[in-house]
Design a protein around this ligand. Structure first.
Ligand code: TTP
Ligand code: MG
Length: 385
């Protein structure tokens, strides 16, 4: 008992997150984009969205998941480029090789971030801070990119910490600081509390970790069901989730059978959006970071089809644009045949998929074609330059 307790409280967890990842790779590979507002994503004259942007562009209020058209209004002088996923995957492979030099126990969350458990690492006197520094240096040397590191005794605080010093940051939250750190944190920043749950908490007058801490477990259970214990713990800076290098695929699904078959495309799109909202709420409760979206359609004659798409980042209400749903509805009989059931499933990536090749279906969204330059060309958007 004793040793298990010590092991849990005495862990050393590092969270590494690359800075402005896609944009930093573009600025590395194309020196002409350096020190400039650079936006990676869809064309500003399409319905596309911003994947990410350089820190120079962030000063204008541009951020991930905003429409490219909006970004263009905020910062018309920015350079807009299409994503080059192969380059990002290549960099991602390099950083994972570096992680493996320090510990076997690392868990990639996406191309640009991972948790590392260095509790049993003996190099550098087993100092998590020195290890994090060494990893940052190795990343810079091997990829010419910068990363931010967060160090703490659990995953949730390590992740919060990596955000604190960005860019090129190194931030430590000690076991002594953890509980008070959690107290002052807005609930929306907690792991596993998404927008929907945060709004529900705010409606109950719970805005920070401190507010959350006031509620007894029973009250939390009444409002939040199975997630209550997790919320109870994180409000106290406690998170015993292990760093998992064999992540299993998890999923949540919702579906609905209509009292009467439906057919109109617009109505079906609306229903899918409603189902997506419900699925996101459930994945939020289960703390599932989903990257794959699947729609299920059962026609009036019980013939059933599914269509899937994997995004290179976490699925949220903002990241699933109507364009993505419409794209999933392509090559189906939606609009032509009566539909009796619709369903949405969100699933996580297992590490095998994360490690090897994510399906980079987003190529379609961004209209990426195989060409030497990835800048959106003049007739695509930029008639002013
Ligand atoms: P993030 O780590 O969230 O962002 P970032 O690395 O660009 O910037 P930061 O310095 O704040 O960490 O996401 C990593 C990459 O994932 C990002 O470079 C592009 C991609 N991405 C999207 O394509 N769409 C999104 O909505 C988000 C959030 C990220
Ligand atoms: Mg990042």
């Amino acid at each position: 008992m004793m040793s298990e307790h010590c092991q849990k409280t005495g862990r050393k967890i590092i969270h590494i997150d690359m800075d402005a990842f896609f944009a930093a790779v573009e600025q590395r590979d194309f020196p002409q984009y350096r020190n400039k507002p650079l936006i990676v994503g869809g064309s500003p004259h399409s319905r596309g969205v911003v994947a990410t942007c350089s820190y120079e562009a962030r000063q204008y209020g541009v951020h991930s998941a905003m429409s490219s058209a909006h970004a263009y209004r905020l910062c018309p002088q920015a350079v807009f480029v299409k994503p080059r996923f192969e380059a990002y995957q290549e960099a991602s492979m390099r950083i994972r090789e570096i992680f493996a030099d320090y510990t076997e126990l690392f868990e990639p969350l996406s191309l640009d971030e991972a948790y590392l458990d260095v509790s049993d690492t003996e190099i550098l006197q087993g100092s998590a801070t020195l290890i994090a520094k060494a990893i940052k240096t190795a990343i810079r040397q091997k990829t010419q990119l910068t990363a931010s590191a967060g160090i703490s005794y659990n995953k949730f605080l390590a992740k919060i910490a990596s955000d604190m010093g960005k860019p090129d940051g190194l931030y430590l939250i000690t076991p002594e600081q953890g509980p008070s750190f959690a107290e002052q944190l807005p609930v929306g920043k907690f792991h596993g509390i998404g927008k929907v749950t945060a709004a529900k908490m705010q409606a109950l007058g719970i805005n920070t970790g401190k507010d959350l801490k006031q509620l007894p477990l029973a009250a939390l259970q009444q409002h939040f069901g199975k997630s209550a214990l997790h919320y109870y713990d994180i409000a106290r800076g406690i998170d015993n989730r292990p760093v998992n290098n064999h992540r299993i695929r998890k999923s949540v699904g919702v579906e609905t059978t209509f009292a009467q078959d439906i057919k109109a495309r617009g109505e079906i799109l609306n229903k899918l959006q409603q189902l997506l909202g419900q699925a996101l709420q459930r994945s939020d409760e289960k703390q599932l970071d989903a990257q794959t979206l699947t729609i299920k359609i059962k026609y009036h004659n019980f013939v059933q089809i599914t269509r899937s798409r994997t995004l290179p980042y976490k699925i949220t209400a903002a990241s699933v644009t109507p364009a993505i749903l419409e794209d999933l509805m392509k090559n189906t009989d939606i609009g032509e045949r009566d539909v009796r059931l619709l369903g949405i499933t969100l699933s996580s990536l297992d590490n095998k998929t994360t490690h090897a090749h994510q399906q980079l279906d987003l190529f379609n969204d961004f209209g990426v074609t195989a060409q030497a330059s990835n800048i959106w060309n003049a007739d695509e958007y930029d008639k002013h330059r």
